[in-house]
Design a protein around this ligand. Structure first.
Ligand SMILES: CC/C=C\CCC/C=C/C(=O)SCCNC(=O)CCNC(=O)[C@H](O)C(C)(C)COP(=O)(O)OP(=O)(O)OC[C@H]1O[C@@H](n2cnc3c(N)ncnc32)[C@H](O)[C@@H]1OP(=O)(O)O
Length: 303
């Protein structure tokens, strides 16, 4: 759905107004409370499975890209297509994002997409990362991250871009923006999304040290909103969605837009510059070396 206000191309559908069309806001919000039979619509691709319950208006999206749900260009493309489909579906009002891979929500951006490739490839990849964030952070749906595994860097960004985060209680799971540990830097819009969630001081320390927070700590600093046992995750996510959907869509959406607009506008205004920055930064020999060493370290850890 194209916006009424001109946007830098490509136009991100579903971005909260003033970009999105007011006709989208109503969705199923004011339907009378009649009891409808449960109806499911499913669509799937190689990387993602989506199930939409049209009677409740709640979609569940499961990442299923082994081994670790890394955000490759293909994954990001499929993710954006799925988000666009749901955003434009009047029957869908809420989205729960979770993983079908045991122990991993998402391992973040696929490091191989940032290593040993052409500048054209880096630019295309980064535009896809931006697009994913624009669509998710600017979504008019209620979005809940049901985090059932570790979620570093780009995986954490996906969770941060949702309205609410519920994480499974497990001493082995970690979450955070650990870019500094890889010798790279979280871009300003990752940082802004993080600051808007945990506040400036907590974000500054966590970003500078590239911290991956254990679940209890993530809860303490407000990076996740709730911690639950694995078997309660889906039930809790459904309850949170029901609570948020009890409000009129337009009021919730206007409020969400008010809270997120400045960060979204800032990124859109600097989108091309941000791509150029990324390409220049990631192409540096020293950064390529850091990424190579990090991948080596991951492999050694296994053996
Ligand atoms: C100007 C701005 C500039 C730059 C901004 C860039 C912003 C970057 C954002 C990012 O998201 S960078 C990615 C950060 N991600 C990580 O640091 C996670 C690294 N991975 C791990 O910590 C672990 O793999 C794990 C996710 C905790 C899973 O551990 P587990 O023991 O279960 O699996 P294993 O480590 O054996 O991994 C399996 C397999 O997958 C490969 N792998 C893991 N993560 C990635 C990844 N992000 N990209 C690509 N590949 C990844 C790993 O190497 C193994 O491969 P192998 O089987 O071939 O050895």
């Amino acid at each position: 759905m194209c916006p009424s206000v001109p946007l830098p191309s490509p136009c991100p559908p579903g971005i909260l107004f003033p970009y999105s069309s007011p006709q989208l806001w109503g969705r199923a919000a004011l339907q009378p409370p009649v009891l409808l039979p449960t109806q499911r619509r499913t669509f799937s691709n190689n990387k993602i499975l989506v199930e939409l319950d049209t009677s409740s208006g709640v979609a569940t999206m499961k990442f299923k890209s082994p081994p670790v749900n890394s955000l490759s260009l293909d994954f990001l493309t499929e993710f954006c297509i799925s988000l666009e489909k749901l955003e434009n579906d009047r029957a869908c009002r809420a989205l729960i994002i979770t993983s079908a891979i045991p122990r991993i929500f998402s391992s973040g951006l696929d490091i191989m997409e940032m290593f040993g490739k052409s500048t054209e490839h880096y630019a295309e990849f980064w535009r896809a990362v931006q697009e994913m964030w624009l669509r998710l952070y600017g979504s008019s749906m209620v979005t809940v991250a049901a985090i059932n595994g570790s979620s570093p860097a780009g995986g954490c960004l996906i969770a941060l871009s949702c309205d609410y985060r519920i994480m499974v209680e497990n001493p082995k799971y970690v979450i955070g923006l650990n870019e500094a540990q890889l010798g790279i830097v979280a871009p300003f819009w990752f940082k802004d999304t993080f600051v808007n969630t945990v506040g400036h001081r907590v974000a500054e320390r966590s970003l500078q040290l590239g911290l991956l927070h254990p679940v209890t700590e993530a809860h303490q600093i407000g990076l996740v909103d709730e911690v639950v046992p694995e078997e309660k995750l889906q039930e809790k996510a459904a309850a949170v969605v029901a609570q948020w959907l009890a409000l009129p869509d337009h009021a919730r959406q206007l409020t969400k837009s008010m809270m997120r607009k400045a960060v979204l506008d800032h990124m859109l205004a600097h989108r091309e510059e941000d791509i150029q920055n990324f390409v220049k930064f990631i192409s540096k020999d020293s950064i390529q070396k850091s990424l190579s060493m990090y991948m080596e370290m991951l492999k050694k850890k296994k053996s």
